[in-house]
Write a protein that binds this ligand. Sequence first.
Ligand SMILES: O=C(CO)COP(=O)(O)O
Length: 129
Amino acid sequence: MKFRIALIAHDKKKDDMIALATEYKAFLATCALTATGTTGGRLIAEVGLEVDRKHSGPFGGDLQIGSLLVEGMIDCVIFLRDPMTPQPHEPDINALVRACDVHNTPCATNLASAHLVLSLLQQRAANKE
Ligand SMILES: O=C(CO)COP(=O)(O)O
């Protein structure tokens, strides 16, 4: 089974997301990836991953990913949030994180938890090979 992973990063966390995706590139390349617009654009251009890009976060991208998740199409969310910068679409961000909690979907909102989640999924994928 291909893991279906959503990747999202706020602007000040995008460099962290690129470094994370580069580190896990071999594994992520085996997954079905979805991302918000700008994050997805950078993952494609700078890491070389295949990504289904949704709208940018402030234009509804978090909501699009939340909708997929509610429909059972997302197994895990890596959402590198910036807790220091107010976001115009804060309600959308909260809606996505809430949907993860409602549907018991893993949601890593910082780098440390993202590493834990990705290394575990990577290990599971390797064990199934
Ligand atoms: O704002 C975001 C998540 O809330 C991310 O959107 P972008 O990837 O388009 O910057």
